[in-house]
Write a protein that binds this ligand. Structure first.
Ligand code: AKG
Length: 285
């Protein structure tokens, strides 16, 4: 594994440097850089147009920015027990009945593996409410989602090389990058047909069959028709993805981030129904 310093946060912890990978080239697809702006007054225009945006400077006052590294989480949240996606070789494992395969992990053991450079074979995602309250106070709340109904907040903690397969979610999403570097490839909802989702009756109807780390153009010939976006988030960046935006993520170093999901009004009934459907079918998606 080669090391490539500029990929991690500005004041990196030496232990985390061990985890950086060289950024692989972007796939040969029509991808434009995501627009970057300093804190627009609101996100309505981007939500309506179905376009992503990287917001700069919105996390300036958050103590967690650059502070929440694997060793900091090991020190302050080791006893948190939560679910992790099973991720053999860095790619999610699917289960026909329940969707994503999950396993229970202790955050301290997971962080220790990342610091030691050992494979985690999993991707930790934890509701923020599971973290010690002192830690929670180090996070802010972006004003774009403050007070929204059904607001959900999650910690996303991954090892270098971890991949989140291309998929969409119903709620709007704000992703706050706290440490490390993460690459995103994004497609508007209207590109659905060119992204080959799994069948509607499958356990993962919101997931694309395409592996963007090695796109198979013979199996997916319409993929190059899809017009998409790409960006690399560094500590302090806030990425806005409107409802139903397709997104793929690749951790280019050990990465810690927090996301904020909230359903727009017109999605609310669908979001409530889809949560009930997931519970009914026992789906982990
Ligand atoms: O950060 C990632 O790896 C994926 C995040 C994601 O899928 C989401 O926030 O909906």
């Amino acid at each position: 594994m080669t090391r490539h310093l500029p990929l991690v946060g500005m004041n990196p912890d030496p232990a985390e440097l061990e985890e950086a990978i060289t950024a692989p080239p972007l796939p040969l697809l029509p991808l434009r850089p995501v627009r970057r702006l300093p804190q627009p007054p609101d996100l309505g225009l981007f939500a309506k147009a179905g376009l992503p945006l990287v917001i700069e400077g919105a996390l300036r006052d958050w103590p967690a920015v650059e502070q929440w590294t694997p060793s900091y989480l090991l020190e302050h949240a080791a006893d948190v027990t939560t679910q992790a996606y099973v991720l053999p070789g860095g790619h999610v494992r699917l289960n026909d009945a329940t969707g994503f395969e999950l396993k229970t992990v202790r955050l301290g053991d997971y962080a220790a593996k990342i610091i030691a450079g050992e494979p985690t074979e999993s991707y930790l995602r934890a509701p923020i409410g599971l973290l010690p309250s002192a830690l929670q106070r180090e996070l802010g709340e972006p004003r774009y989602c403050r007070g929204r109904l059904r607001l959900k907040k999650n910690l996303w903690f991954s090892a270098a090389g971890s991949v989140t397969q291309l998929h969409f979610d119903l709620p709007h999403n704000l992703i706050a990058q706290l440490s490390g570097t993460k690459r995103f490839i994004l497609y508007p909802a209207r590109e659905r047909r060119n992204l080959y989702p799994f069948p509607i009756r499958s356990s993962v109807p919101h997931l694309s069959q395409v592996d963007l780390t090695a796109p198979d153009f013979r199996r997916f010939p319409r993929l190059p028709l899809a017009q998409g976006f790409h960006c690399e988030l560094q500590a302090g960046d806030l990425l806005f993805m409107p409802s139903r935006m397709w997104h793929f993520a690749h951790s280019l170093s050990a990465s810690v981030g927090v996301n904020f999901w909230w359903p727009p009004a017109w999605v609310m009934p669908l979001s409530i129904a889809s949560d009930a459907y997931k519970r009914l079918r026992g789906l982990n998606i």
